[in-house]
Design a binder for this molecule. Structure first.
Ligand code: ZN
Length: 290
């Protein structure tokens, strides 16, 4: 499946896509468009973004940044290597933006990988050198930029093996990338090292860093808060435990998927959660992807 087919399958249109801007506070904005949400820090020292959508949207992203008083993008931090968050590197990197990512994400961007999205498999091709991070880190990194401390934290494998949460300490806000997806059940890239236990652990590490009023910027979906992240952790734990029970009972993947591990919304359960657990258990092989 190529990118056009994939975007059509997921009802994502790049052509004519509009960017909506929401202000978190003076100098910090969130851009909503197609693909992962972008956080933008604008100030005396320049522009820093977290994630950069698609190269096709770079003109609209630049225009949105210009409208909130920014110019060229000095730094782009990728929350992880997936195309809907990092592909914009292909536009910004060659123009001189310094790209930053966790070391594992940096490695993944330099290689080609199949992304098993359950309903489709997409091959994300290696990015050229000028679209890859020039700065990477293992566990944490700190910026002092536009008058605030910006902390980058990695807490082990979760959505991928290279996730980063970005804390804007002066604004009391955090961009969690796809470790927190606010549009429904999360996708866990189990085929490339993502783990549900890691998702839960990562979220708990972020909760420990958050204050009562921290603004939560999700990888996808609307802004949220601490309470939403707590509910999300509860949902992940419930699904994990119910699926684990079904596996312990010797159920097949198909039976697990029909087993309403989370009764609120059955159809969405056909997720990597079940597949990952089954694979881990060694009891059943997942079915061939059509
Ligand atoms: Zn992702």
């Amino acid at each position: 499946m190529n990118l056009d087919q994939l975007l059509t399958a997921f009802d994502m249109k790049l052509e004519g896509a509009e960017i909506r801007t929401e202000k978190v506070g003076d100098g910090l904005f969130v851009l909503f468009g197609v693909g992962g949400n972008i956080a933008v820090s604008v100030g005396d020292q320049g522009v820093l973004v977290v994630d950069d959508m698609f190269p096709e949207l770079a003109p609209q992203v630049r225009e949105a940044i210009r409208k909130v008083g920014g110019g060229d993008v000095d730094f782009a931090i990728n929350t992880h290597w997936h195309f809907d968050h990092a592909q914009g590197n292909l536009a910004f990197g060659p123009e001189g933006t310094w790209i930053v990512a966790q070391e594992n994400s940096s490695k993944f961007m330099g290689e080609s990988h199949d992304l098993n999205l359950v309903v489709a498999t997409y091959r994300q091709e290696a990015y050229p050198e000028n679209a890859r991070p020039v700065i990477s880190f293992d566990d944490s990194m700190r910026f002092h930029f536009n008058g605030e401390r910006i902390d980058l934290l990695h807490a082990g494998p979760a959505h991928t093996t290279g996730d980063t949460a970005v804390f804007f300490r002066g604004h009391d806000a955090v961009h969690m990338g796809d470790v927190f997806n606010n549009t429904g059940y999360p996708f866990i890239d189990a085929d490339n090292g993502g783990e549900i236990d890691g998702m839960i652990a990562f979220c708990k590490a972020i909760l420990a860093e958050m204050g009562p009023n921290t603004v939560l910027i999700p990888g996808h979906g609307e802004l949220a808060d601490r309470a939403a992240l707590q509910r999300y952790v509860g949902m992940l734990e419930t699904v994990r435990d119910r699926v684990a029970d079904l596996i312990a009972q010797g159920k097949t993947l198909d039976e697990v998927e029909r087993g309403q591990a989370d009764r609120r919304s059955r159809p969405h359960l056909r997720s990597r959660i079940g597949v990952a657990r089954l694979r881990e258990s060694g009891l059943h092989e997942p079915p061939e992807e059509g």
